[in-house]
Every structure is written in C-alpha cells, then in structure tokens.
Design a protein around this ligand. Sequence first.
Ligand code: M6R
Length: 614
Amino acid sequence: MCGIVGYIGKGCALDILLNGLSKQEYRGYDSAGVALMVNDKIEVFKEEGKLINLRNKIKPHASKLLSSHSGIGHIRWATHGAPTTLNAHPHQSTCGKVVVVHNGIIENFKELKEELEKCGCKFKSQTDTEVVAHLVAQEFAKVKNLTEAVCLATKRLEGSYALCIMHQDVKDTVVATKRNAPLLVGVGDGEYFVASDVPAIIEYTKKAVYLEDNQVATIHSDFLGIMDVEHNIITPHIEVLPWESVSLSKMGYKHFMLKEIHEQPDIIRNILADKLHSSDSDVTLDGVNIDKVMLKHLNRIQVVACGTSLHAAIIGKYIIETLCDIAVDIEPSSEYIYRKTLTDKNTLVIGVSQSGETADTLTAVRQSKKRGSHILIITNRPDSTMAREADSLIPVNAGIEVSVAATKSYIAQVMSFYLLAIHIAQLKGTVDESLTAALKHELIMLPMKIESILSHKEQIAEIAKIYSGFKNFVFIARGINYATALEGALKLKEISYINATGYPAGELKHGPIAMLDETMPVLSILMTGSVYDKILSNSEEAKARNARMIALTDSEDEKLDELFEHIMRVPQVHELVSPIIAIVPLQLLAYYIAEYLGKDVDQPRNLAKSVTVE
Ligand code: M6R
C-alpha cells in the first residue's frame, strides 16, 4: 500500500527520496510523487503509474533539483479518487506553500472539504488527503508555527494517517506525525529520514525512532524534536533496526516471486535451527510468554488474520486442535471486528500477519487486548506495530518478502503454527510422544522434499502452459489441505486474474458441481492419509461431469493416471505436514500461468503488499 519517505540533511534529497520510494515499490502502488525545497521554493513532481514515469518527468529538471537537501515523497495506492497524476501525492494547499504526503484514510474528509471550500480553499484532487494540506495552511496562517499548525490540524482529523509535511516559509523543516499507521524517523549523522517502512531508509541508517500515535516530530537537519499533540515533550527513544541493508535483488530469477518460492527450503532450515534442533529435542519459542497456569484457565484460542495469513491460520487450527485438545476458532479479521466477540482473559488471541500492519488484523487484536486476552502475534516483521503491541511474539524469519503474492512467509507462518502447537502440547502435557516425534522428524525432512519439487519445476511449467487459457478453476481438498486449496486458488487469482475457487471436496456436490464441464479444470489435492479415498471419490464425481482433471498427489498409485489428465507428483509426506509440501507446486503453477499470460507477477494490479486501511 502507500509509502512515505522524507529527508532533511546535507545529501541529495532527490536521490534519497527516489531511492526510498523504489525500496517500497514492492508494497504495490499506482502513482508516485516528490516535493523538494529548491532555493527556498517548493517544487512538486508527480505522475501516475510506476516510479519510472516520475523519474522520466523529473529528468529534464534534474540539474536544478540536485542541490535540494530536503523533501518528501510518496507512492500511492488509490483509495479515494482514481490513480491519476492529479490524485497522486504530495498534495498542496491553495497557496501552494504547504505540501503533504499521507498514508491512511481521513474518514471525515467530506465534512472538512465542505467547510474548507466555504473558506475559499480550492481543491484540485478527489483525494481525502488534500484536506490536510488546506487545514495545515489555514492553521499556519493563524499560529505561524508549522508544528503547532500540524497539531491543530490533526486534532480535526478522524481516521488513520501517517503524514509528512513541509511549508515553503519554514526553512530546513519537515514535520511528521501519525495515528494508526506506521511511521519512523531514521537518525543519521547530520541528517534525518522519515519512512513508513524500514527498507526505505535502512541503507542510510540503522538507528530510528518509531513515532507513537499522536506524536509530532519536528525535524531539522541538526535536530529532532518530538512532542505529543498536547505539547508534552517526548524524549526520542532511538532503537537499532533489526535489519541488515536490504538487497532487493532478484538474484538472477525473473521475478521476486520465483526467487521467494526457491528460498523456502532454507527458510525452513533456519527456523528449525533456531527453534527445533532434532526430533528428540523440545521446541523453544523464546518470545512466547504462555505458561502452564495460563493454559490451565484457557478456554479457547481465536485466530484472526486476512488473505494468505488466514489460510495459514486454518492449518494452525487443525494442528493445535490435534495436538493440544484446545478449541480454536478462525475468523477473517475484517469480520471479527464488527460483531460481538466472546473474547476475555481466558482466551488466547493469535494475530497472523506477514506485514504486522494489516489494519483489520491490528484492530482485531487491539479489541481483544482491551478485553483482557493475551495477544500472540505471528509475523514476518518483528519491527511492526502488531509485534510491538504483542504480549507474545513469534517472528517467522522469512526475510523481506517483495512479491505481493505471499509465498515464503506463508510457509514460515505454517511452520510457526506447528512449532507453537508442539510447544503448547509440551506445556500442557497433552503430548502424544510418538506423534510428535514423527511430526518433528517430518518437519526436519521438509527442506529436502521441497528442493526435490523445485528441481522438477519444468513439469509444472508444462502443465501451466496447457491450462493457461482456461478462465475458471476449481481446487478441491479435504481435512488439513482444505486451506491448501484456498491458498492455491488465491495465488492463481491474485497474479493471473483467473477465477479460481477453493472448495472442501465434499462440498462440490452441494452446488458447485453444477458448474463443471469440459471448460472447467478441477485440481484435486490428493495427499495420502485419512481423507485420500474420499477425495478420490469426489474427483470421480467431477470427472463424470467432464471436468478437466488435474491431481496433486504424493501417491504413487498408477491407477490415478486413468482418472487424471495431468498429475503433479510430490515426495511422500506425513499427512499432518503435507500442506507445506502441497502448496509448493500450486505456487509454481500460479506463477507459470501468470508468466505465460504476461502478467505483472510481482506487482499484480489493484493489490498492495501491506493493506493498512480497513
Ligand atoms: O500482511 P498480512 O499477512 O496481514 O496480509 C494479509 C493479506 O493482505 C495478504 O496475505 C494477501 O492476501 C496477499 N497478497 C496474499 O498473497
């Protein structure tokens, strides 16, 4: 979703802003812009589409801009108003002197706009953000102090925002503030950076101050002052960012998604090296502050998440209920937050989020925290808002995921659920020794098995070529792989825009079977175990309706060749860990289909990596 970068110091602001924006491109965006202070005048450049369009627009003016040492920049993912140049940030006040970049949504912008228009403000865009520029200009005209004007203006705002603001008449100053959207100030040597995401600044500094809600940072090249909107002075708490300089390189792969799929075996190895050394050892989860007393009183677990993280949670439910005998409810965060939820201090609430910033999940866990529940966050971003507010934390350690379509973070989330389930079972004493030992052994074998799938990826690419012309797909599975069907279908939808649906195989006959004919491929996830024969029967039912049948299986049964037109075979695996193996061919299938169709694999249309609006 949107990305903010700001700079003030002695360096070339233009280069630093454009570089910072490029490091946030992976989040998904549709326009970009910068504002620079050039010889005491603010210059604004913005353009729809990719960053290259903005760079091309700036090129003829670059020589005069290179001397600028302060500025703000933005990549926008449209919410209010189409993704056009006019709606791109920065936005300006009527006088042109105030420039604003914004992440989030100003919910009361319509009322504010009406009021500001009555006062003579001229609006140029359809965005909610533009009201902020006019409000700040109006307050500045009264108080002649930019920080104070920002405090007064933000008191009028409802909704969420991370804001970075400059005023032409206030030299050497950038003001930044936030509410319910992340923003940090990077601390350099005689320079400061503002960013909504660490990769934007990590190559310049590893020191940063995370702003809290309603704090306002006033940044000069040699001084950082922070206060809250009530004027209480805050001592900046400088933290060392837990990141190495992020190389957003494809390492020879055509797309980040393909690279990230290939990173999965090593990610599993790293997770295991950290938390499970051998099939005889206990799982160690240092950040999980759950003890026996708490477990004694625990009546249930609720897991909230969105998208791919929700699918990881469904597997988590299956495995925790199997190993720990605790009831687990799963709910999309966006539903959970708008109904009466029976959460209390005896409920463990698990929030799962790659980014740790997803607005729906953040709201859900905050609501539960208020009701006294212990909050455990499973995230790939230990520096995220969710992680910072958690009572317990499992960092999934997948490394930065650039492709909008989640792959490696999903596998790492699922791994985290396995380890959490074993950990809780150890604490609770519900361990079935032979089952857990088998499970641990299977987890340790996973990287090798995934590598074997990756080494035969050309076979999946061939199948993808054959099916890339179809407009609809159905993925079926049962039991623990139901989530694999959902996730496989989501991957295909996201990056190829093909209508793909995941169903529990037993549900097919209750309606969806009506859709089946020779134009509909049905992909059966047929992993050996308790529901294998059932899915086989459901696949026969689909075949009888002339559906084009594809199987994904670890079975060597040759009879499958009669039922299925194409078979993706994977190494044999224990049913309980089979989702980690089964998802890999589906990630590859989606990838290759999108590739054949010439889609923008890493940045699919309309999608953002981190969805920070509800
Ligand atoms: O950062 P989160 O895991 O909270 O994000 C949730 C979803 O937005 C995310 O999983 C989305 O579905 C991905 N594009 C999936 O590939």
